[in-house]
Design a protein around this ligand. Structure first.
Ligand SMILES: [Ca+2]
Length: 321
């Protein structure tokens, strides 16, 4: 979403890579980028982040869901589970995240970044939106996904009434743009691709009570939508895992939800926290990745404007799969 785009540009105006002001930067010498992409969440022996700080253990999911239910703006979040640990990463990694075999891929407002397991940057592409699409107004990359050897990136232009947004394909190793497709969406905040079915899951709106899905192999033919049991607001990220779609939000509780892909039943499972932020109401929940690692199974991006950092939160939810 564009809500804080201008704020971030101002914040970062003096930085070399701010909001598309610079051209691509290459990987540093010796920083080989040759990892494949994890098509489906699988076991990994990746070590926990070196700078991760331990947090409280999570209660059982049943306790969490039972305590809070699916909430609206008025629901208290102090009974919800928070991240087991957090990793501070670059302020530029402020929109979304996907897992690579040897590390991570992050999206910024108009940038794509690869890091190793220790979150050392190995490749940065800024701007990442091609000039031709930028000319059409596309100025925002949402929560990315990596599947089928492709990095999928939702691209947004701010005239939501046009009901036209895009999904772009990038090479997950080089982060080079491949192509894009237009879709009949008001918003394109996130994308989750099911590699087994070659189906992309998205939402038509930022606040919505329905999932939409597209058959990628059939020219992005729109399939039957899946109504959710509850409307969600400010949905910023989505990823598949364990037969569920996990959704991260910038709702008033920075909440994380789990949607059953058969029934559409929504369960509130956690909060990214950071709900007090000084002069602004709270920090901003962003994208999500679902990959079982030693650090956790859910990994969420939260932009901390107050401290000009991004926190990658790790949730230990193995029992939920
Ligand atoms: Ca993602």
């Amino acid at each position: 979403m564009f809500r804080r785009h201008r704020f971030v540009c101002t914040l970062l105006a003096l930085h070399a890579a701010a909001c598309g002001a610079q051209t691509s930067t290459a990987a540093p010498a010796g920083a080989a980028v040759d990892a494949g992409i994890t098509d489906t969440p699988g076991a990994s022996d990746a070590p926990p982040p070196a700078e991760a700080q331990a947090g409280p253990d999570l209660p059982d999911v049943a306790d969490v869901a039972g305590a809070a239910g699916v909430g609206d703006a008025s629901d208290a979040v102090d009974t919800l589970a928070g991240p087991h640990s957090e990793q501070q990463v670059s302020i530029f990694y402020n929109q979304g995240v996907a897992r690579a075999d040897d590390g991570w891929i992050f999206s910024g407002t108009n940038g794509l970044f690869r890091t190793d397991e220790a979150f050392n940057e190995t490749l940065a592409i800024v701007p990442a939106i091609p000039d031709a699409l930028a000319t059409e107004g596309y100025a925002h990359i949402g929560d990315i996904d990596a599947a089928l050897g492709v990095l999928w990136a939702p691209l947004e232009q701010p005239d939501y009434g046009k009901a036209t947004q895009r999904v772009a394909r990038y090479d997950p190793k080089t982060l080079a743009f491949v192509d894009s497709v237009t879709l009949p969406l008001h918003h394109a905040a996130w994308i989750a691709v099911d590699p087994a079915l070659n189906v992309a899951w998205m939402m038509r709106d930022y606040d919505d009570d329905t999932l939409v899905r597209f058959d990628i192999g059939a020219g992005w033919k729109e399939l039957a939508p899946l109504p959710l049991s509850s409307a969600l607001v400010h949905v910023q990220g989505g990823d598949l895992g364990g037969g569920f779609l996990w959704l991260s939000t910038d709702d008033p509780g920075n909440r994380v939800y789990r949607a059953d892909l058969q029934t559409g039943q929504v369960t509130l499972v956690a909060t990214m926290g950071h709900l007090v932020a000084g002069t602004i109401a709270k920090q901003e929940g962003e994208g999500i990745d679902v990959t079982p690692l030693d650090s956790g199974q859910l990994h969420t991006v939260l932009m901390d404007l107050q401290h000009a950092t991004v926190q990658l939160g790790h949730f230990q939810v193995a029992g939920w799969f």
